[in-house]
Design a protein around this ligand. Structure first.
Ligand code: L34
Length: 297
């Protein structure tokens, strides 16, 4: 039976380490501040945004949430982003995705000041990641890397198979794990909807990252004995036996895969809490960077 990698515990450990840095900034009159923008009434987004602001409060990071109706125009959302860019008290800006269909996500993300882009989604930050420059890096891949290292499953020398080529998880994770250095140095395969014979790839994984966004599609016969499984999926599937009428499950069929794996992350309580811890990390980093560049002169 696989070891269960406790994302909540490791996320808590990271947040405790961040506390000292927040206090250092606060003592210098530079309390880090995160502004989260939520457009519309997506229930999952509301849950995630609430978890983000709650974590910020716990760490002494200032935060505010700007909630806008789903019919908000692209232009007025751009105005909101511009105001946050100009507000020197704000160090991190996060526009929760997905946005309503009438708004061009790329246009909004590109409008965020790269120094405040704590999601690491701005093209400038994506480019810096690609060429190996120090920058703000997307929170979920950063959380996965940190989770693997801190749980004793460092990716160096391993074959990491990523299922899913999304811009927020699969692609940046592949970039990060193929970099030179102790924290990376993996051999990476990316599988996607164009991959034929998916199982022939997933069975060759030392570390399998499931980030395809479909409930429980990775089953036991798709993995080899001793694999380390990272489940990025957060799917809500109808379940009348629960109070809410749904349950949260990953992209991995946990019960079957668990019997073959050496280690596996659960959903909930795996990658999700790590995403939030790394958002706090990025917010503190943005505040440190911004105060460093404004105090010289
Ligand atoms: N801009 N949009 C932007 N940045 C992000 O980094 C995100 N994401 C994804 C959706 N849109 C975004 C998140 O924050 C997904 N995501 C996210 C973050 C945290 C959790 C799940 C998704 C999480 O902590 N999930 C809990 C379960 C919570 C529940 O009941 O749904 C967990 O333990 O996995």
């Amino acid at each position: 039976m696989a070891e269960i990698i406790d994302g909540r515990r490791i996320a808590q450990e990271i947040k405790s380490e961040l506390l000292a840095r927040v206090q250092f900034l606060a003592a210098a009159g530079r309390t880090p501040k995160l502004s989260v923008v939520l457009v519309g009434e997506n229930v999952a987004s509301q849950i995630y945004v609430r978890m983000k602001t709650k974590s910020a409060v716990e760490l002494g990071i200032a935060s505010d949430t700007i909630i806008l109706p789903s019919e908000t125009s692209e232009e007025s959302l751009l105005d909101v982003v511009d105001k946050l860019n100009a507000d020197t008290a704000v160090h991190g800006i996060l526009v929760q995705l997905p946005l309503p269909a009438h708004i061009d996500e790329n246009r909004i993300i590109s409008a965020i000041s790269p120094e405040k882009d704590v999601d690491g989604f701005h093209p400038v930050n994506r480019g810096k990641l690609l060429v190996g420059e120090n920058t703000l890096v997307p929170c979920t891949p950063l959380g996965i890397q940190e989770l693997l290292i801190r749980s004793g499953h460092a990716p160096a020398g391993k074959h990491v198979v990523i299922v899913g080529r999304s811009k927020i998880v699969g692609l940046p994770l592949a970039t990060m794990l193929t970099q030179k250095g102790d924290r990376a140095n993996a051999t990476v395969t990316i599988c996607h909807t164009g991959t034929s014979n998916l199982s022939s790839f997933t069975r060759r994984a030392d570390i399998l990252v499931a980030a395809l966004g479909q409930a429980e599609v990775i089953v036991a016969d798709m993995v080899q004995d001793g694999v380390v499984v990272v489940d990025v999926g957060v799917n809500r599937v109808g379940d009348s036996s629960t109070e809410k009428g749904y349950r949260v499950t990953g992209d991995v069929d946990f019960d079957s895969v668990r019997s073959k794996a050496a280690a596996i992350t659960p959903v909930p309580g795996g990658v999700g809490p790590m995403t939030i811890a790394m958002l706090m990390h990025n917010t503190v980093q943005a505040a440190l960077n911004i105060s460093a560049s404004s105090s010289t002169g």
